[in-house]
Ligand binder design. Structure first.
Ligand SMILES: Nc1nc2c(ncn2[C@@H]2O[C@H](COP(=O)(O)OP(=O)(O)OP(=O)(O)O)[C@@H](O)[C@H]2O)c(=O)[nH]1
Ligand SMILES: [Mg+2]
Length: 477
Protein backbone atom coordinates (compact mmCIF):
# COMPACT_ATOMS: atom_id res chain seq x y z
CA UNK A 1 0.00 0.00 0.00
CA UNK A 2 1.27 3.44 -0.86
CA UNK A 3 2.38 5.39 2.24
CA UNK A 4 -0.38 7.81 3.26
CA UNK A 5 0.57 10.98 5.13
CA UNK A 6 -1.56 11.29 8.24
CA UNK A 7 -1.68 14.36 10.47
CA UNK A 8 -1.26 13.76 14.19
CA UNK A 9 -1.40 16.80 16.48
CA UNK A 10 0.15 16.33 19.90
CA UNK A 11 -0.45 18.56 22.89
CA UNK A 12 0.95 18.37 26.39
CA UNK A 13 -1.27 19.67 29.17
CA UNK A 14 0.49 18.04 32.12
CA UNK A 15 3.78 18.57 33.87
CA UNK A 16 4.04 15.52 36.12
CA UNK A 17 6.11 13.43 33.71
CA UNK A 18 8.59 14.87 31.21
CA UNK A 19 7.23 14.52 27.69
CA UNK A 20 10.26 14.38 25.44
CA UNK A 21 10.21 15.18 21.74
CA UNK A 22 11.29 11.58 21.18
CA UNK A 23 8.16 10.36 22.99
CA UNK A 24 5.94 12.65 20.91
CA UNK A 25 7.57 11.38 17.71
CA UNK A 26 7.19 7.79 18.84
CA UNK A 27 3.49 8.25 19.65
CA UNK A 28 2.94 9.70 16.16
CA UNK A 29 4.82 6.81 14.58
CA UNK A 30 2.80 4.22 16.49
CA UNK A 31 -0.51 5.90 15.56
CA UNK A 32 0.47 5.92 11.86
CA UNK A 33 1.51 2.26 12.08
CA UNK A 34 -1.86 1.38 13.67
CA UNK A 35 -3.68 3.22 10.86
CA UNK A 36 -1.60 1.38 8.25
CA UNK A 37 -2.34 -1.90 9.99
CA UNK A 38 -6.05 -1.05 9.79
CA UNK A 39 -5.52 -0.42 6.03
CA UNK A 40 -6.75 3.15 6.26
CA UNK A 41 -6.00 4.27 2.73
CA UNK A 42 -6.92 7.95 3.00
CA UNK A 43 -5.28 10.74 5.02
CA UNK A 44 -6.64 11.17 8.50
CA UNK A 45 -6.20 13.70 11.29
CA UNK A 46 -6.04 12.74 14.96
CA UNK A 47 -5.43 14.90 17.99
CA UNK A 48 -3.47 13.37 20.87
CA UNK A 49 -3.34 15.12 24.24
CA UNK A 50 -1.24 14.13 27.24
CA UNK A 51 -2.78 14.93 30.62
CA UNK A 52 -2.26 13.88 34.25
CA UNK A 53 -4.48 11.70 36.47
CA UNK A 54 -6.54 14.56 37.82
CA UNK A 55 -7.25 15.94 34.35
CA UNK A 56 -8.33 12.56 32.95
CA UNK A 57 -10.49 11.97 36.01
CA UNK A 58 -12.24 15.27 35.26
CA UNK A 59 -12.81 14.22 31.64
CA UNK A 60 -14.21 10.88 32.79
CA UNK A 61 -16.60 12.72 35.10
CA UNK A 62 -17.70 15.07 32.35
CA UNK A 63 -18.07 12.69 29.44
CA UNK A 64 -18.52 9.21 30.89
CA UNK A 65 -20.09 9.96 34.23
CA UNK A 66 -17.35 7.96 35.94
CA UNK A 67 -15.15 9.14 38.75
CA UNK A 68 -11.95 7.35 37.77
CA UNK A 69 -8.49 8.21 36.50
CA UNK A 70 -8.25 5.86 33.53
CA UNK A 71 -5.13 5.53 31.39
CA UNK A 72 -6.69 6.63 28.11
CA UNK A 73 -9.86 8.11 26.61
CA UNK A 74 -10.91 8.09 22.96
CA UNK A 75 -13.45 10.41 21.40
CA UNK A 76 -14.34 8.99 17.97
CA UNK A 77 -15.80 11.31 15.37
CA UNK A 78 -17.70 8.46 13.74
CA UNK A 79 -19.88 6.17 15.83
CA UNK A 80 -19.47 2.39 15.31
CA UNK A 81 -16.61 2.81 12.85
CA UNK A 82 -18.87 4.11 10.06
CA UNK A 83 -16.17 6.40 8.70
CA UNK A 84 -17.25 8.72 5.95
CA UNK A 85 -14.42 10.00 3.83
CA UNK A 86 -15.02 12.29 0.93
CA UNK A 87 -12.69 11.00 -1.83
CA UNK A 88 -12.84 14.30 -3.66
CA UNK A 89 -11.67 16.22 -0.62
CA UNK A 90 -8.06 17.25 -0.27
CA UNK A 91 -8.57 17.59 3.47
CA UNK A 92 -7.63 14.79 5.87
CA UNK A 93 -10.54 13.04 7.56
CA UNK A 94 -10.77 14.00 11.27
CA UNK A 95 -11.08 10.68 13.15
CA UNK A 96 -11.29 12.08 16.66
CA UNK A 97 -9.33 12.80 19.82
CA UNK A 98 -7.17 10.64 22.06
CA UNK A 99 -6.32 11.66 25.62
CA UNK A 100 -3.63 9.77 27.54
CA UNK A 101 -2.74 10.19 31.19
CA UNK A 102 1.03 10.14 31.07
CA UNK A 103 1.12 9.91 34.85
CA UNK A 104 -0.98 6.75 34.78
CA UNK A 105 1.00 5.34 31.83
CA UNK A 106 4.24 5.76 33.79
CA UNK A 107 2.75 3.89 36.75
CA UNK A 108 1.49 1.06 34.54
CA UNK A 109 4.85 0.77 32.78
CA UNK A 110 6.47 0.32 36.18
CA UNK A 111 3.85 -2.21 37.24
CA UNK A 112 4.24 -4.28 34.07
CA UNK A 113 8.02 -3.90 34.11
CA UNK A 114 8.35 -2.46 30.61
CA UNK A 115 9.32 0.92 29.20
CA UNK A 116 7.13 4.03 29.20
CA UNK A 117 7.56 4.06 25.40
CA UNK A 118 5.93 0.65 25.14
CA UNK A 119 3.12 1.65 27.46
CA UNK A 120 2.35 4.86 25.55
CA UNK A 121 2.66 2.88 22.29
CA UNK A 122 0.14 0.34 23.57
CA UNK A 123 -2.32 3.04 24.61
CA UNK A 124 -1.96 4.75 21.23
CA UNK A 125 -2.78 1.62 19.20
CA UNK A 126 -5.59 0.73 21.58
CA UNK A 127 -7.20 4.15 21.23
CA UNK A 128 -6.77 4.29 17.44
CA UNK A 129 -8.75 1.03 17.31
CA UNK A 130 -11.48 2.73 19.35
CA UNK A 131 -11.53 5.61 16.87
CA UNK A 132 -11.91 3.00 14.11
CA UNK A 133 -14.99 1.61 15.84
CA UNK A 134 -13.71 -1.38 17.85
CA UNK A 135 -14.96 -1.73 21.40
CA UNK A 136 -13.51 -4.25 23.82
CA UNK A 137 -16.13 -3.46 26.44
CA UNK A 138 -19.06 -4.67 24.36
CA UNK A 139 -17.58 -7.42 22.19
CA UNK A 140 -15.30 -10.32 23.13
CA UNK A 141 -14.27 -10.62 19.49
CA UNK A 142 -13.25 -6.95 19.40
CA UNK A 143 -11.31 -7.40 22.64
CA UNK A 144 -9.23 -10.23 21.16
CA UNK A 145 -8.70 -8.36 17.94
CA UNK A 146 -7.61 -5.23 19.80
CA UNK A 147 -5.13 -7.12 21.97
CA UNK A 148 -3.63 -9.01 19.01
CA UNK A 149 -3.37 -5.83 16.93
CA UNK A 150 -1.63 -3.95 19.75
CA UNK A 151 0.96 -6.70 20.04
CA UNK A 152 1.47 -6.90 16.25
CA UNK A 153 1.85 -3.16 15.74
CA UNK A 154 4.21 -2.72 18.69
CA UNK A 155 6.31 -5.73 17.62
CA UNK A 156 6.54 -4.31 14.09
CA UNK A 157 8.11 -1.19 15.61
CA UNK A 158 10.45 -3.12 17.88
CA UNK A 159 8.57 -2.02 21.02
CA UNK A 160 8.92 -5.36 22.77
CA UNK A 161 8.03 -5.97 26.39
CA UNK A 162 11.68 -5.84 27.39
CA UNK A 163 13.40 -3.41 25.07
CA UNK A 164 16.28 -2.94 27.49
CA UNK A 165 17.29 -6.60 27.16
CA UNK A 166 16.92 -6.48 23.40
CA UNK A 167 14.43 -9.37 23.36
CA UNK A 168 14.65 -11.21 20.07
CA UNK A 169 11.12 -12.57 20.19
CA UNK A 170 8.55 -11.51 17.64
CA UNK A 171 10.40 -8.48 16.38
CA UNK A 172 13.57 -9.68 14.63
CA UNK A 173 13.89 -8.06 11.22
CA UNK A 174 11.11 -5.49 11.69
CA UNK A 175 13.04 -4.06 14.62
CA UNK A 176 15.30 -2.22 12.19
CA UNK A 177 12.64 0.51 11.86
CA UNK A 178 13.57 1.99 15.24
CA UNK A 179 17.20 2.83 15.71
CA UNK A 180 18.76 1.45 18.85
CA UNK A 181 20.28 4.30 20.88
CA UNK A 182 23.55 2.36 20.91
CA UNK A 183 23.78 2.67 17.10
CA UNK A 184 22.96 6.38 16.94
CA UNK A 185 25.57 8.73 15.53
CA UNK A 186 25.51 12.51 15.75
CA UNK A 187 27.47 15.50 14.55
CA UNK A 188 27.00 19.23 15.16
CA UNK A 189 28.10 21.48 12.32
CA UNK A 190 28.11 25.28 12.20
CA UNK A 191 27.82 27.09 8.87
CA UNK A 192 29.68 30.41 8.97
CA UNK A 193 30.90 33.03 6.54
CA UNK A 194 30.41 36.57 5.28
CA UNK A 195 26.89 37.86 4.60
CA UNK A 196 25.23 36.78 1.36
CA UNK A 197 27.60 33.92 0.46
CA UNK A 198 24.71 31.41 0.51
CA UNK A 199 24.85 29.82 3.98
CA UNK A 200 21.09 29.68 4.43
CA UNK A 201 20.57 28.47 0.87
CA UNK A 202 23.00 25.63 1.63
CA UNK A 203 21.12 24.73 4.82
CA UNK A 204 17.78 24.65 2.98
CA UNK A 205 19.21 22.48 0.20
CA UNK A 206 20.63 19.95 2.67
CA UNK A 207 17.43 19.77 4.75
CA UNK A 208 15.29 19.62 1.60
CA UNK A 209 12.84 22.21 2.96
CA UNK A 210 12.96 25.91 3.59
CA UNK A 211 13.97 26.34 7.21
CA UNK A 212 15.89 29.61 6.83
CA UNK A 213 14.96 32.85 5.07
CA UNK A 214 17.03 33.64 1.98
CA UNK A 215 17.39 36.89 0.08
CA UNK A 216 19.63 38.78 -2.30
CA UNK A 217 20.32 41.32 0.43
CA UNK A 218 23.14 40.78 2.92
CA UNK A 219 22.36 40.30 6.63
CA UNK A 220 19.25 38.28 6.00
CA UNK A 221 19.85 35.79 8.82
CA UNK A 222 19.74 37.45 12.24
CA UNK A 223 20.03 34.55 14.63
CA UNK A 224 21.25 30.96 14.83
CA UNK A 225 18.97 28.56 12.99
CA UNK A 226 19.16 24.84 13.55
CA UNK A 227 18.40 22.46 10.68
CA UNK A 228 18.37 18.72 11.32
CA UNK A 229 19.04 16.04 8.74
CA UNK A 230 18.53 12.45 9.91
CA UNK A 231 19.29 9.53 7.66
CA UNK A 232 19.53 5.89 8.79
CA UNK A 233 21.32 5.93 12.13
CA UNK A 234 23.03 9.29 11.44
CA UNK A 235 21.86 12.69 12.65
CA UNK A 236 23.49 15.83 11.26
CA UNK A 237 22.64 18.98 13.21
CA UNK A 238 23.49 22.14 11.23
CA UNK A 239 23.57 25.61 12.76
CA UNK A 240 23.18 28.36 10.18
CA UNK A 241 24.54 31.68 11.46
CA UNK A 242 24.26 35.39 10.60
CA UNK A 243 26.91 36.61 8.18
CA UNK A 244 29.99 38.03 9.89
CA UNK A 245 30.32 41.77 9.26
CA UNK A 246 31.40 44.93 11.00
CA UNK A 247 28.42 45.84 13.23
CA UNK A 248 26.91 49.30 12.89
CA UNK A 249 24.35 48.97 15.68
CA UNK A 250 23.32 46.77 18.61
CA UNK A 251 21.42 44.41 16.32
CA UNK A 252 24.59 43.93 14.25
CA UNK A 253 26.54 43.21 17.44
CA UNK A 254 23.90 40.68 18.46
CA UNK A 255 24.12 38.96 15.06
CA UNK A 256 27.90 38.75 15.04
CA UNK A 257 27.85 37.46 18.59
CA UNK A 258 25.30 34.78 17.62
CA UNK A 259 27.58 33.62 14.80
CA UNK A 260 30.72 33.61 16.92
CA UNK A 261 29.16 31.77 19.85
CA UNK A 262 27.89 29.04 17.51
CA UNK A 263 31.43 28.05 16.55
CA UNK A 264 32.77 26.50 19.79
CA UNK A 265 29.57 24.49 20.32
CA UNK A 266 30.09 22.42 17.20
CA UNK A 267 32.20 19.43 16.18
CA UNK A 268 33.13 20.81 12.79
CA UNK A 269 32.74 24.14 11.02
CA UNK A 270 31.79 24.81 7.41
CA UNK A 271 33.28 28.08 6.21
CA UNK A 272 31.32 29.24 3.17
CA UNK A 273 32.98 31.58 0.68
CA UNK A 274 32.18 32.63 -2.86
CA UNK A 275 34.24 31.48 -5.77
CA UNK A 276 36.33 34.33 -7.20
CA UNK A 277 35.82 36.68 -4.25
CA UNK A 278 38.76 38.05 -2.33
CA UNK A 279 39.50 37.04 1.27
CA UNK A 280 38.03 39.57 3.68
CA UNK A 281 38.72 40.48 7.28
CA UNK A 282 35.57 38.56 8.27
CA UNK A 283 37.05 35.37 6.78
CA UNK A 284 40.37 35.95 8.54
CA UNK A 285 38.52 36.54 11.79
CA UNK A 286 36.65 33.22 11.47
CA UNK A 287 39.88 31.40 10.69
CA UNK A 288 41.45 32.87 13.83
CA UNK A 289 38.48 31.51 15.79
CA UNK A 290 38.94 28.05 14.28
CA UNK A 291 42.55 28.09 15.35
CA UNK A 292 41.72 29.36 18.84
CA UNK A 293 39.18 26.60 19.43
CA UNK A 294 41.28 24.03 17.61
CA UNK A 295 38.31 22.98 15.51
CA UNK A 296 38.37 21.10 12.22
CA UNK A 297 36.80 22.92 9.27
CA UNK A 298 35.67 22.31 5.72
CA UNK A 299 35.86 25.06 3.12
CA UNK A 300 32.82 25.33 0.89
CA UNK A 301 33.34 27.43 -2.21
CA UNK A 302 29.79 28.30 -3.18
CA UNK A 303 28.07 29.63 -6.32
CA UNK A 304 30.25 27.65 -8.73
CA UNK A 305 27.28 27.74 -11.14
CA UNK A 306 27.82 31.48 -11.55
CA UNK A 307 31.61 31.74 -11.28
CA UNK A 308 34.45 31.55 -13.75
CA UNK A 309 36.29 28.21 -13.55
CA UNK A 310 39.77 29.80 -13.60
CA UNK A 311 38.92 31.87 -10.50
CA UNK A 312 38.14 28.72 -8.52
CA UNK A 313 41.76 27.59 -8.44
CA UNK A 314 42.88 31.01 -7.21
CA UNK A 315 40.28 30.92 -4.41
CA UNK A 316 41.38 27.40 -3.36
CA UNK A 317 45.01 28.47 -3.34
CA UNK A 318 44.36 31.60 -1.26
CA UNK A 319 42.35 29.88 1.46
CA UNK A 320 44.51 26.76 1.77
CA UNK A 321 47.45 29.02 2.64
CA UNK A 322 45.50 30.37 5.63
CA UNK A 323 44.24 27.15 7.21
CA UNK A 324 44.58 23.42 6.92
CA UNK A 325 41.01 22.62 5.88
CA UNK A 326 39.95 18.97 6.26
CA UNK A 327 38.63 19.30 2.71
CA UNK A 328 37.71 21.92 0.15
CA UNK A 329 34.43 21.45 -1.69
CA UNK A 330 33.33 23.66 -4.59
CA UNK A 331 29.55 23.47 -4.93
CA UNK A 332 26.36 25.25 -5.80
CA UNK A 333 23.92 25.52 -2.92
CA UNK A 334 21.37 26.81 -5.41
CA UNK A 335 21.45 23.90 -7.88
CA UNK A 336 22.59 21.27 -5.36
CA UNK A 337 25.64 20.35 -7.44
CA UNK A 338 28.39 19.05 -5.14
CA UNK A 339 26.24 19.00 -1.97
CA UNK A 340 26.41 15.16 -1.86
CA UNK A 341 30.22 15.42 -1.77
CA UNK A 342 29.96 17.79 1.20
CA UNK A 343 27.71 15.30 3.01
CA UNK A 344 30.25 12.51 2.39
CA UNK A 345 33.02 14.70 3.76
CA UNK A 346 31.04 15.25 6.97
CA UNK A 347 30.73 11.52 7.72
CA UNK A 348 34.13 11.17 9.45
CA UNK A 349 32.97 13.71 12.05
CA UNK A 350 29.99 11.62 13.20
CA UNK A 351 30.44 10.08 16.61
CA UNK A 352 28.44 7.64 18.70
CA UNK A 353 26.00 9.73 20.64
CA UNK A 354 22.28 9.62 21.27
CA UNK A 355 20.34 11.85 18.88
CA UNK A 356 19.31 15.21 20.27
CA UNK A 357 16.21 15.48 18.08
CA UNK A 358 13.46 13.08 16.96
CA UNK A 359 14.10 11.72 13.50
CA UNK A 360 11.23 13.60 11.84
CA UNK A 361 12.23 17.01 13.24
CA UNK A 362 13.89 19.36 10.73
CA UNK A 363 14.30 22.57 12.73
CA UNK A 364 14.14 23.74 16.32
CA UNK A 365 12.39 26.99 15.41
CA UNK A 366 8.88 27.44 16.78
CA UNK A 367 5.99 27.83 14.36
CA UNK A 368 5.76 31.47 15.44
CA UNK A 369 9.38 32.11 14.52
CA UNK A 370 8.98 30.39 11.16
CA UNK A 371 5.93 32.56 10.40
CA UNK A 372 7.69 35.80 11.41
CA UNK A 373 10.79 34.93 9.39
CA UNK A 374 8.68 34.26 6.29
CA UNK A 375 7.03 37.68 6.67
CA UNK A 376 10.44 39.36 7.06
CA UNK A 377 11.78 37.49 4.02
CA UNK A 378 8.93 38.83 1.87
CA UNK A 379 9.81 42.37 2.99
CA UNK A 380 13.46 41.82 2.06
CA UNK A 381 12.25 40.79 -1.39
CA UNK A 382 9.69 43.55 -1.90
CA UNK A 383 11.23 46.62 -0.29
CA UNK A 384 14.36 48.68 -0.74
CA UNK A 385 17.52 47.89 1.18
CA UNK A 386 17.21 50.33 4.07
CA UNK A 387 13.66 49.52 5.17
CA UNK A 388 13.71 45.72 5.70
CA UNK A 389 17.00 45.94 7.55
CA UNK A 390 15.29 48.11 10.14
CA UNK A 391 12.30 45.86 10.49
CA UNK A 392 11.42 43.23 13.11
CA UNK A 393 8.42 40.95 13.00
CA UNK A 394 6.67 39.42 15.99
CA UNK A 395 3.82 36.95 16.00
CA UNK A 396 1.43 38.05 18.71
CA UNK A 397 -1.22 35.34 18.28
CA UNK A 398 -0.87 31.90 16.75
CA UNK A 399 -4.08 29.96 17.12
CA UNK A 400 -4.19 26.50 15.60
CA UNK A 401 -7.68 25.27 14.80
CA UNK A 402 -8.48 21.90 13.19
CA UNK A 403 -8.54 23.28 9.63
CA UNK A 404 -6.95 26.70 9.84
CA UNK A 405 -4.20 28.57 11.64
CA UNK A 406 -5.01 32.14 12.65
CA UNK A 407 -1.97 34.38 12.94
CA UNK A 408 -1.70 37.99 14.06
CA UNK A 409 1.69 39.49 13.35
CA UNK A 410 3.22 42.89 13.99
CA UNK A 411 5.85 44.54 11.85
CA UNK A 412 8.03 47.05 13.70
CA UNK A 413 9.88 49.61 11.63
CA UNK A 414 12.05 52.53 12.68
CA UNK A 415 10.31 55.54 11.13
CA UNK A 416 6.83 56.83 10.29
CA UNK A 417 8.03 57.29 6.71
CA UNK A 418 9.00 53.62 6.55
CA UNK A 419 5.61 52.61 7.87
CA UNK A 420 3.95 54.51 5.01
CA UNK A 421 6.15 52.73 2.47
CA UNK A 422 5.52 49.29 4.00
CA UNK A 423 1.77 49.87 3.86
CA UNK A 424 1.95 51.40 0.38
CA UNK A 425 -0.68 53.23 -1.65
CA UNK A 426 -4.13 51.96 -0.62
CA UNK A 427 -2.39 49.30 1.46
CA UNK A 428 -1.16 47.53 -1.64
CA UNK A 429 2.41 46.80 -0.54
CA UNK A 430 1.30 45.37 2.79
CA UNK A 431 -1.29 43.30 0.98
CA UNK A 432 1.42 41.85 -1.27
CA UNK A 433 3.69 41.11 1.70
CA UNK A 434 0.81 39.37 3.52
CA UNK A 435 -0.33 37.37 0.51
CA UNK A 436 3.13 36.05 -0.37
CA UNK A 437 3.86 35.34 3.29
CA UNK A 438 0.54 33.56 3.80
CA UNK A 439 1.18 31.29 0.83
CA UNK A 440 4.58 30.26 2.21
CA UNK A 441 3.32 29.83 5.78
CA UNK A 442 0.57 27.58 4.44
CA UNK A 443 3.22 25.42 2.76
CA UNK A 444 5.24 25.30 5.97
CA UNK A 445 2.37 24.38 8.29
CA UNK A 446 0.40 22.28 5.78
CA UNK A 447 -2.86 24.07 6.57
CA UNK A 448 -4.91 27.04 5.51
CA UNK A 449 -3.72 30.25 7.18
CA UNK A 450 -5.51 33.45 8.08
CA UNK A 451 -2.86 36.15 8.41
CA UNK A 452 -3.49 39.54 9.92
CA UNK A 453 -0.52 41.93 9.82
CA UNK A 454 -0.15 45.31 11.57
CA UNK A 455 2.64 47.85 11.07
CA UNK A 456 4.02 49.81 14.05
CA UNK A 457 6.90 52.19 14.65
CA UNK A 458 9.55 51.72 17.33
CA UNK A 459 12.19 54.34 16.75
CA UNK A 460 15.79 53.18 16.63
CA UNK A 461 14.96 49.80 18.16
CA UNK A 462 18.16 48.39 16.61
CA UNK A 463 20.14 50.47 19.06
CA UNK A 464 18.19 49.66 22.19
CA UNK A 465 18.90 46.42 24.01
CA UNK A 466 15.59 46.69 25.82
CA UNK A 467 13.58 47.06 22.62
CA UNK A 468 15.60 44.32 20.96
CA UNK A 469 14.88 41.95 23.84
CA UNK A 470 11.17 42.82 23.53
CA UNK A 471 11.35 41.93 19.85
CA UNK A 472 12.91 38.54 20.56
CA UNK A 473 16.65 39.25 20.36
CA UNK A 474 17.64 38.04 23.78
CA UNK A 475 21.30 37.87 24.64
CA UNK A 476 22.71 34.51 25.68
CA UNK A 477 24.28 34.30 29.11
N1 LIG B 1 24.07 31.66 -8.36
C1 LIG B 1 23.98 31.24 -7.10
N2 LIG B 1 23.38 32.02 -6.18
C2 LIG B 1 23.32 31.55 -4.91
C3 LIG B 1 23.86 30.30 -4.52
N3 LIG B 1 23.67 30.14 -3.20
C4 LIG B 1 22.99 31.23 -2.77
N4 LIG B 1 22.79 32.09 -3.79
C5 LIG B 1 22.09 33.39 -3.73
O1 LIG B 1 22.83 34.26 -2.89
C6 LIG B 1 21.95 35.14 -2.18
C7 LIG B 1 22.23 35.05 -0.68
O2 LIG B 1 21.88 33.76 -0.21
P1 LIG B 1 21.63 33.46 1.34
O3 LIG B 1 21.48 31.99 1.46
O4 LIG B 1 20.56 34.32 1.89
O5 LIG B 1 23.04 33.93 1.93
P2 LIG B 1 23.53 33.94 3.44
O6 LIG B 1 24.97 33.60 3.43
O7 LIG B 1 22.67 33.09 4.28
O8 LIG B 1 23.35 35.46 3.80
P3 LIG B 1 23.18 36.18 5.27
O9 LIG B 1 22.07 35.49 5.98
O10 LIG B 1 22.86 37.57 4.93
O11 LIG B 1 24.48 36.04 5.96
C8 LIG B 1 20.54 34.69 -2.56
O12 LIG B 1 20.08 35.56 -3.57
C9 LIG B 1 20.72 33.29 -3.08
O13 LIG B 1 19.75 32.90 -4.04
C10 LIG B 1 24.49 29.51 -5.55
O14 LIG B 1 24.99 28.40 -5.33
N5 LIG B 1 24.53 30.03 -6.81
MG1 LIG C 1 21.47 33.56 5.88
Amino acid sequence: MEKIKHTIYTQNKQNKIELTNAMRALAKKVICAALDDGEIDFPVEISLTFVDNEQIRELNRQYRNKDSATDVLSFPMFEGGEIEYDDESSEPCALGDIVISLERAALQAEEYGHSLEREVGFLCVHSVLHLLGYDHETSKEDEEYMNDTCEDVLASLGLTREPANGSEEGSDNKKAEIIDVRDMKTVFISIVGRPNVGKSTLLNTIIGEKVAAVSKKPQTTRDKITGIHTVGNEQYVFVDTPGLHKPKNKLGEYMVNAAKTAIPDTDVVILVVESGERITNADRDIIENLKAYNLPALLVINKVDAARKDRLLITIDQYSKLFDFASIIPLSALTGEGVDILMDELKPFLHSERWYFPEDMITDQSERTIASEIIREKMLKLLDEEIPHGVAVTVEDYVEKPKIVEIRAEIYCEKEAHKKIIIGKNGETLKKISTFAREDIEKAVGKQVYLNVWVKVKENWRDSELNMARLGFKKED
